[in-house]
Design a protein around this ligand. Structure first.
Ligand code: FEO
Length: 391
């Protein structure tokens, strides 16, 4: 529990136990489930935490409220990492009103069987707590359809839900007066790429909608509370949701016996010789896919290499391409490297996928039969020259 502004307390939880967020994405530094309490004439809790942390969460609330009852629970987002402790909170404070929009209230009933003592709000609705007034803004698909954000007009605080959040538990503080934005930057990009990456357009709409609000504090549902770094985090979310990219290349390959890997190492060295300074190489059989996605959201170039496998792309390569197309990643330059032993198919499959997704590709690809003995220096040079030139 920590006081982060006048009458506003952080009552979130650090999860250093869960290995996979959404049972998919690695959490090497953990994650925080952020919740807040506004202690005014009326008391409002904003969002809750994942269900298994309900007990510690309730203790945080008791301390923040000094034993007073909670009047309102504001539900900005229903994903269970934030809604999981609603039932525990309602049991402790049976008179507490649950505030959400129409879609939220349907989900609360669906997930938890709660339909009584609820208050439905619409875009722009307000709720007075006495000194502080909360305004609710719908922000659909950032990250679910019911998502909204809540603005505290006095404190100029934006309770932003998943927006501006990041992976990484909070190491010895809560706000960026205690924690450095730079320490969480990688985890912010990785979080965005994995969790919110599909929803660039809704994020842009939300940024536009909120752009005229004076904001002193961004209190997201994951990661540090932003006070000093507001400009930086808004810029990061703006750039990521526009799919803007730096000059650099991700080289991501599948390789069963090392031949395709060796060719990719050679291509990466040649790219460096052509002046490409940022190069990240990943073996997709062992890479952390969330890190590959993070770097794809950062860099413009993507060289993907695959053996032919059952007349298709190598499975981890196919999975990566699916994750990219699901996220409708735009503005990337794809270069393809295919290999085979007796029947060529990888390059054909790359071409089919690229055409279907409308990806920007080079007319020139590299194909290898059996080993790099079959690949001429001239072919690699032509590919690398064209690729680096188009970055
Ligand atoms: Fe952190 Fe979409 O929940």
């Amino acid at each position: 529990m920590k006081n982060i502004a006048d009458k506003i307390f952080y009552v979130g939880i650090n999860d250093r136990v869960t290995h996979l967020f959404e049972r998919l994405w690695s959490l090497r530094r953990g994650v925080s489930y952020n919740s807040y309490v506004v202690v005014d004439e009326k008391i409002a809790v904003v969002d809750t935490v994942e269900a298994s942390f309900a007990s510690a969460f309730m203790q945080n609330i008791e301390r923040a409220t000094a034993g007073r009852p909670v009047d309102y629970l504001i539900v900005n987002h229903m994903e269970p990492d934030h809604s999981g402790a609603i039932v525990a909170l309602r049991q402790r404070y049976p008179q507490m009103k649950i505030v959400g929009n129409a879609k939220t209230l349907q989900m609360i009933n669906g997930y938890y069987g709660i339909s009584d003592n609820v208050v439905e709000v619409a875009d722009g609705s307000t709720l007075s707590l006495g000194g502080e007034t909360l305004t609710f803004y719908l922000a659909p698909m950032v990250h679910w359809p019911e998502t909204m954000v809540t603005y505290g007009n006095n404190a100029k605080i934006l309770f932003s839900g998943d927006a501006f959040g990041c992976f990484g538990a909070l190491d010895g503080g809560v706000t960026d007066e205690e924690l450095s934005f730079e320490d969480y930057y990688d985890e912010m990009v990785r979080y965005y790429a994995c969790i919110v990456g599909k929803y660039g357009s809704p994020v842009q709409k939300a940024l536009q909608k909120l752009s005229s609000l004076p904001i002193d504090i961004i209190a997201a549902t994951h990661g540090p509370v932003w006070k000093r770094s507001i400009e930086k985090v808004v810029r990061v979310y703006d750039e990521l949701s526009r799919y803007s990219a730096q000059r650099g290349v991700v080289v991501a390959y599948g390789s069963m016996y090392g031949n395709t890997a060796a060719l990719c190492e050679e291509i990466a060295c040649r790219l460096r010789e052509k002046g490409v300074e940022k190069i990240k190489i990943y073996d997709l059989s062992s890479a952390d896919i969330s890190e590959v996605l993070r770097d794809i959201f950062l860099y413009r170039g993507l060289v993907v290499a695959s053996p032919t496998y059952n007349n298709e792309l190598f499975p981890p390569v196919r999975e990566l391409l699916e994750k990219i197309s699901e996220r409708t990643v735009k503005g990337r330059l794809f270069g393809f490297v295919g290999s085979y032993t007796w029947a060529s198919a990888a390059l054909k499959r790359f071409g089919e996928k690229a055409e279907k997704c409308g990806w920007e590709t080079l007319p020139c690809c590299v194909e290898m039969k059996q080993s790099s003995l079959s690949v001429t220096d001239e072919l690699i040079d032509t590919f690398v020259t064209a690729f680096s030139g188009a970055l």
